[in-house]
Design a protein. Structure first.
Lengths: 195, 159
């Protein structure tokens, strides 16, 4: 749910990075955090376990600049990817304006990708959202690994609705900002439609 | 996205005023009003040293998690939370089902006083929010966003 503040002239939107455990959601946010000017970002918060697995969420507030005199602020969240944190994932989807599904390109993670994508659809539906109607992009991460599934196969399984999609190597930053820009654009376009 | 929350100058001033009165009446360090999705809306008191954005997001996460626990226990919600620190205490309450009121206080105040004052402020805040929700639902208000062009959106990313 976007929050439009006519008083302070701000638009606030929430984007959630979803995907299976260890697919690179947190890495996406860390890269964005590291490459963004200090004045455009707030503190990045990671609620993680001692072994750096996301326990509840990561949070990164970003300011993208002005649009017609309104400051656009995006709050980026990740969900915990591990299967048993489903209750937490549902909570984080509340009030979402845009979704990034981060798929893990590794062949042995294909099943985990499919499970996570199904889970995304189900959890969104529980909150009253339809994935097909939300601003939504897909990222195929870890494209640099030798055991990466060929792109056409990933596209067929993880992006049947043909939403904008990006290949990425989040550790090096490849595709990270392309993904963010794409979802941010869709969110703003949706805002225009909804107004 | 029909359920977006819109804030107008008039209501924001009223909410800020409620925060200021609560801050004074409860001898608190600071008062924040946050929406349930973690967006900060208004504040009063010693907020210069606070990271309000992070505090808002974490509080909303906390309230959401507590709400999840309530559901599991077949409770509607836990309307209030209290965290006791060595120097600062935090009182968190849900107002009008969609806002969170956070009061930070120290030894200059007490939980009893904060609770008492929050109750009064919550009633006033509920009234303001009711008006705000009606106002944002009425379609007559013009929106600047209908005029946003693709070029405007593209310009955001031209760095």
């Amino acid at each position: 749910m976007s929050f439009i503040n006519y008083s302070s002239r701000e638009i606030n939107c929430k984007i959630v990075y979803y995907g299976p455990g260890l697919c690179g959601k947190t890495t996406n946010l860390q890269y964005i955090y590291n490459k963004t000017n200090p004045e455009a970002k707030g503190k990045m918060i990671s609620l993680a376990t001692e072994t750096e697995r996301t326990l509840f969420f990561d949070f990164l507030p970003l300011s993208l600049g002005e649009i017609r005199g309104f400051r656009t602020r995006f709050h980026l969240y990740t969900v915990p990817g591990q299967v048993f944190y489903d209750a937490s994932r549902k909570l984080i989807l509340k009030g979402v304006d845009g979704v990034v599904f981060v798929g893990d390109s590794q062949m042995e993670r294909m099943e985990a990708n499919i499970e996570s994508l199904d889970n995304l659809r189900t959890n969104l539906a529980e909150q009253g959202y339809d994935l097909d109607k939300l601003p939504y992009v897909v990222q195929y991460n870890k494209r640099d690994l030798p055991n990466a599934t060929p792109l056409p196969e990933l596209q067929e399984v993880l992006n049947p609705t043909k939403v904008p999609e990006y290949e990425a190597v989040a550790t090096k930053g490849n595709g990270v900002f392309d993904t963010l820009k794409a979802v941010a654009k869709l969110v703003l376009t949706e805002l225009r439609k909804g107004s | 996205m029909g359920n977006q929350l819109v804030m107008y100058e008039e209501e924001l001033q009223q909410i800020v005023r409620i925060c200021e009165v609560l801050h004074k009446d409860s001898n608190a360090k600071a008062v924040l009003v946050i929406d349930k999705n973690g967006q900060a809306m208004a504040s009063a008191g010693e907020v210069e040293t606070l990271d309000v954005t992070s505090l808002s997001s974490l509080t909303a996460g906390n309230v959401a998690a507590t709400g999840g626990i309530a559901q599991l226990l077949s409770e509607k919600e836990f309307a209030g939370q209290f965290h006791e620190g060595e120097r600062t205490n935090v009182h968190i309450s849900i107002v009008a089902q969609r806002l969170i009121m956070v009061v930070l206080f120290d030894e200059r105040s007490s939980l009893g006083l904060v609770r008492l004052r929050v109750r009064k402020a919550a009633t006033e805040l509920t009234n303001v929010i009711d008006v705000l929700v009606k106002k944002s639902e009425s379609s007559s208000q013009p929106s600047v966003f209908a005029e946003i062009t693709d070029a405007d959106i593209d310009n955001l990313f031209n760095d």
